[in-house]
Design a protein around this ligand. Structure first.
Ligand code: HEC
Length: 206
């Protein structure tokens, strides 16, 4: 009989011990049998450190450091500039302008440029309706004559109120957009002589 009392007491103590304190909070630190490297000395980002001479915990990169695969030595492709610092005219070496490239340019243009410059490049994008009147047309003589490298540079760095698209378009896509902008300019400046004689009748021209 003694064992029955004993077992009942033990079970009660166990049940109260396990279930009875649910939801209670404690100010005392939990028991840590295995700390599992939970606490280690570390620096916070941009924190101070007396260990380094300049007092900063962040270590600046040594000058000239380049991440692997990120060496952008080809200035004509990455900056639109020639070796003597002028703007690249035409496409830089290594780019083939074919139908696929133009399609890519149209695709990127319609995503990123149409809202302001309009599908035709005439500056009548949707933002005009909301008061953004400063968007130029590509059909401007200055922009028609502008070197391709400078157009590339505008996409890369933006210009005045136009922001940079370098984070959205990688260099080859920027060149594809430049090629498409050229196509838009060409389309706006087409002459009757550009249409093959056999198709002129379709335009109502003899
Ligand atoms: C949010 C609106 C907006 C978007 C989107 C935009 N632009 Fe512009 N863009 C402008 C404005 C505004 C200007 C006029 C800037 C100025 O004051 O010279 C401009 C100017 C330009 C110019 C003329 C630069 C010069 O030298 O005068 C080019 C070329 C151009 N944009 C190309 C592009 C291309 C290509 C894209 C897409 C990748 C694009 N823009 C996207 C607003 C935009």
């Amino acid at each position: 009989m003694r064992y029955v009392y004993f077992a009942t007491f033990l079970l009660t103590a166990l049940a109260v011990g396990i279930l009875g304190f649910r939801g209670c909070t404690s100010q005392r630190p939990p028991l840590e049998v295995f700390p599992d490297m939970d606490r280690q000395p570390h620096y916070l980002a941009q924190g101070a450190s007396p260990f380094f001479a300049d007092g900063r915990a962040d270590r600046p990169l040594p000058p000239g450091v380049v991440a692997r695969g990120e060496l952008r030595a080809n200035a004509s492709f990455y900056e639109g500039k020639t070796a003597n610092g002028g703007w690249v005219i035409g496409m830089p070496e290594g780019i083939t302008v074919d139908a696929q490239f133009m399609k890519r340019g149209r695709d990127r243009y319609q995503i990123y440029c149409t809202p302001c410059h309009g599908a035709l490049g005439d500056g009548h994008g949707i933002t005009k309706l909301y008061g953004m009147g400063a968007t130029p047309t590509y059909n401007d003589d200055r922009l028609v004559k502008m070197a391709d490298g400078e157009l590339f540079n505008t996409i890369t760095h933006g210009k005045n109120t136009m922001m940079s698209y370098a984070d959205k378009l990688e260099p080859s896509d920027r060149w594809a957009v430049v090629a498409y902008v050229r196509a838009l300019q060409r389309a706006q400046r087409g002459k009757v002589e550009d249409v093959p004689a056999s198709h002129r009748a379709e335009l109502g021209i003899q």
